[in-house]
Design a protein. Sequence first.
Length: 159
Amino acid sequence: MNIDLAKSRLRYEPDTGLFYWVGRPNARVAPNSVAGTVRQNGYVSITLDGKKYFAHRLAWLWMTGEMPETVDHLNCIRSDNRFANLRNVPADLNAQNIRSRTKRNTSGFLGVCEIKPGRFRASLNSGKRSVYLGLYDTPQEAHQVYLEAKRKLHKGNTL
């Protein structure tokens, strides 16, 4: 992506995270309207010259002049592209900033799985290994232990 091309077609407001079209990019778009579409995965994408770009990556490019490796949303809201909410981090640190459980997790708590009725295991991944944090009687207990370990072991986490 060329920063000059982006700046000739868009205007970015770092305090709101919104991009606006400069002029009228095509007949269907009103001048100075908000640019981009929220995709199904929650990220905002903007199409320039037939190519889609994520708004958070464009925001980083806009503010720093560099296309980032990975841009993390500190508050984990994928459509919140305020510059203060973005950070350029390696992919492994970005992966540490998760705040919600996966679809496979049936305990209802991040880092917790029920291994048999009434027994809940807490664990997390650190580096390339899984760290066992113990068995607990309630998912809330296991989740509390998980959060404490996450704050110590995951430097990229923002909990």
